[in-house]
Ligand binder design. Structure first.
Ligand code: DAK
Length: 258
């Protein structure tokens, strides 16, 4: 499939890569671009040769937010009745792990999209922020919730109310990102991490991702019940038998992903 605002490739075994490709606008997230991202995510999610997905921008910007020029012409009733943008800002139906590879600006919707991913590999140049307050709005793609979960209430308040930006090192310190690496290798690192995930049993990875995400939505008791159901469910898979046989026979497992 060919796209206008993104580029997709399979750069390594088991890995699907989506590059945002509006460099002149710092990868501002226009509605058509977001629809293409959604289509590409769904296509990789359904592709048996892909076990994990990397989402990236370019060296200068992961994404500088939703497209302000597009939004400036959006009326209240458009925003109220048009659910397209809200759907586009929801990766929750994607079952395979998504890793954001972030360099440069990850602002507003760009920061929110990075936080919707399951892991973030950041370049030393990455800058995270929610500057919506400067436009007279607040985050609309999950920023007030996911950022608060990640960095805590006090810092989330400062970031969202004053447009305080986080450097890559600060983002690492506060647990927003998995690792910070040199600008020359951030994409390679993210692809390597995705390859590692893709080399595991995909049924187990899927159940694990789902269970971890439930930790944000359920009480501890409900979360523990969810986990144990997933644990038992995996005893019905061929991969569970293979994984345990391989351990006993001292050989690497041959996953069938079922
Ligand atoms: N939208 C549109 N164009 C953008 C843009 C954006 N967010 N960010 C940058 N650009 C464009 C600039 O207009 C400029 O284009 P030309 O004027 O050359 O045509 C080009 O990219 C280069 O930008 P600058 O010349 O400004 O570059 P600088 O290096 O000087 O500054 C910057 C870089 C990132 C600091 C600056 O561009 C900037 O402040 N950008 C805006 C950042 C921002 O405010 N982001 C938050 C946007 S609001 C929702 C979900 C999510 C959202 C809303 C609803 N729902 C589910 C309902 C999200 C909202 C947002 O993200």
């Amino acid at each position: 499939m060919t796209y206008e605002y993104i580029i997709t490739e399979k750069p390594a075994e088991g890995v699907g890569l989506i590059r945002l490709n509006r460099p002149k606008a710092l990868n501002a997230l226009s509605t058509p671009l977001l629809h293409e991202v959604g289509d590409a995510l769904r296509a990789f999610d359904a592709d048996d040769s892909v076990g994990a997905i990397v989402l990236t921008g370019d060296d200068r910007a992961f994404a500088a937010g939703a497209d302000i020029k597009e939004m400036s012409g959006t009326s209240f009733s458009d925003m109220l009745v048009n659910g397209g943008l809200i759907e586009a800002f929801d990766f929750s139906k994607i079952t395979k792990p998504i890793i954001a590879a972030v360099s440069g600006f990850a602002l507003g919707g760009g920061c929110e999209i990075a936080m919707m991913c399951d892991m973030i590999v950041a370049s030393e140049t990455a800058v995270f922020g929610q500057p919506e307050i400067n436009l007279g709005i607040i985050p609309g793609g999950g920023g007030t919730q996911r950022l608060t979960h990640a960095v805590g209430k006090a810092l989330a308040m400062e970031i969202i109310l004053t447009d305080r930006r986080l450097s890559a090192q600060e983002a690492l310190h506060y647990g927003l990102v998995n690792r910070v690496v040199a600008p020359e290798v951030y994409l390679q690192e993210a692809i390597k991490l995705a390859q590692k995930v893709a080399s595991k049993s995909r049924v187990a990875v899927r159940i694990a991702k789902e269970a971890i995400n439930k930790a944000y939505e359920l009480s501890l008791r409900e979360g523990l019940e969810h986990e144990v159901r997933g644990f038992k469910l995996l005893f019905g898979t061929e991969d569970r038998q293979e994984g345990m046989n391989a351990f006993v026979e001292k050989r690497p497992p041959q996953w069938k992903h079922r």
